[in-house]
Design a protein around this ligand. Structure first.
Ligand SMILES: [Zn+2]
Ligand SMILES: [Zn+2]
Length: 299
C-alpha cells in the first residue's frame, strides 16, 4: 500500500475547516510524516493513522505552524508505551530548538527520540524506499522532501520463458545477474530492465524554486504550497511563499502526474479561486482538504 493522507492543509493559523500542516505517507505498513502542526495527533485519530507505525517525522522548517504538534505527539506516544525509536528531522542548526520544544516541561519520555539534521541528499532509508531532502527558499532555512520507492527489476516474462527461465530461476537470476540454462548463459539484461519506483514530493514553505523542479521531475504526485492566489503575488514574494499559479507552472515544468496544493491561507474560504487559477496552467491539480487520502498507483 502506498497512500498519502493530508492531516492539516492550512498555513500560519488553523481555520474551522483546515488544521495546521501535516501530511502522512503510508508505505507497506510504515508511516512517514511531513510536518507536524498543532492538532496533528487528533487528525491522526480521526483519519485512523496507527500511531505505533510512525517511523520518522520530517520538519520542513522551524516555524511553529509546522512544528508545535510534535510536543504533544511524542507525549501521546509515550503514554501508548512506545518502545521503538522515533526519528525527528529538522534543518541543520535547529536541532536544539526542537529539543527545547520536546523537553519544555521536563516530562520523561520513555523511548528514544533521535533528532537529526536535514541537509540536501538522501537522509533516510526505510524498507523499500528512501527520503531525499532538497533546499527550498523561505524566510528561514527550509527543505522539501522527496519520498522515493526503490526501483525494481521488471521481467519480460515471455522473453524469459522463451529462454527457458521458470520458477525459482527468476530469483536466482535477480541475485546473481546471470544464469545457466542448458549450457547457455542468460544475462539479466536480456530479460529484464530496471523500473523506477513511485515518487511523492512535498514542498512547503517556499517560493517556486528550480530545486523543486528537479526533485519533482516525473513525480507521481507533487504536493506544493499555494498560500495565495496570483492577485497577491507581491505578498507571496515578500513573505517567501507561492501562489497557486506559480505552483502550477512549476508542476508543468517538472512534468509531474498530479499536483495537490496545500498550506492555504485562512483568507480563502473556498477552493474555487485557487483551483481555477492553477488549472489554467496545469490541469491535473487539486486543492488539499483535511482528511484527503490519495492512493499512489502506477509504475
Ligand atoms: Zn507555514
Ligand atoms: Zn514558514
Amino acid at each position: 500500500m502506498f497512500k498519502v493522507i493530508f492531516l492539516g492543509t492550512s498555513g500560519s493559523t488553523p481555520t474551522d475547516q483546515r488544521g495546521l500542516p501535516s501530511v502522512c505517507i503510508e508505505y507497506e505498513g510504515d508511516i512517514i510524516m511531513f510536518d507536524c502542526g498543532e492538532g496533528t495527533q487528533r487528525q491522526m485519530m480521526i483519519n485512523k493513522i496507527n500511531f505505533s507505525k510512525v517511523r520518522a517525522i520530517f520538519l520542513s522548517h522551524i516555524h511553529g505552524d509546522h512544528t508545535i504538534g510534535v510536543a504533544g505527539l511524542v507525549r501521546t506516544l509515550a503514554l501508548n508505551k512506545r518502545a521503538s525509536k522515533l526519528e525527528i528531522f529538522v534543518p541543520k542548526g535547529y536541532e536544539n530548538a526542537v529539543r527545547r520544544l520536546l523537553d519544555f516541561d521536563g516530562t520523561k519520555i520513555g523511548y528514544e527520540i533521535a533528532i537529526r539534521k536535514v541537509e540536501s541528499g538522501i537522509i533516510y532509508t526505510g524498507k523499500g524506499y528512501s527520503v531525499k531532502a532538497f533546499r527550498l527558499s523561505h524566510t528561514v532555512p527550509a527543505f522539501g522532501f522527496s519520498f522515493e520507492e526503490n526501483s525494481k527489476m521488471k521481467f519480460d516474462r515471455k522473453k524469459a520463458e522463451r529462454l527457458g527461465i521458470v520458477g525459482p530461476m527468476y530469483s536466482k537470476l535477480e541475485k546473481d545477474g546471470t544464469i545457466k540454462v542448458d549450457r547457455k548463459t542468460v544475462k539479466i539484461t536480456q530479460v529484464a530492465r530496471m523500473q523506477n519506483g513511485r515518487k511523492v514530493v512535498y514542498a512547503t514553505d517556499t517560493r517556486p524554486v528550480k530545486e523543486t523542479v528537479s526533485a519533482a521531475r516525473h513525480a507521481n504526485l507533487l504536493i506544493h504550497e499555494a498560500t495565495y492566489t496570483d492577485e497577491l503575488k507581491d505578498l507571496a514574494a515578500e513573505r517567501m511563499h507561492s501562489t497557486a499559479l506559480e505552483a502550477a507552472k512549476l508542476a508543468k515544468k517538472a512534468n509531474v502526474n498530479n499536483l495537490i496544493l496545500t498550506h492555504i491561507s485562512a483568507r480563502y474560504r473556498k477552493d474555487s479561486e485557487l483551483l481555477k487559477e492553477a488549472r489554467n496552467a496545469f490541469k491535473r491539480t487539486e486543492v488539499a482538504k483535511d482528511g484527503m487520502s490519495i492512493d499512489i498507483t502506477g509504475p
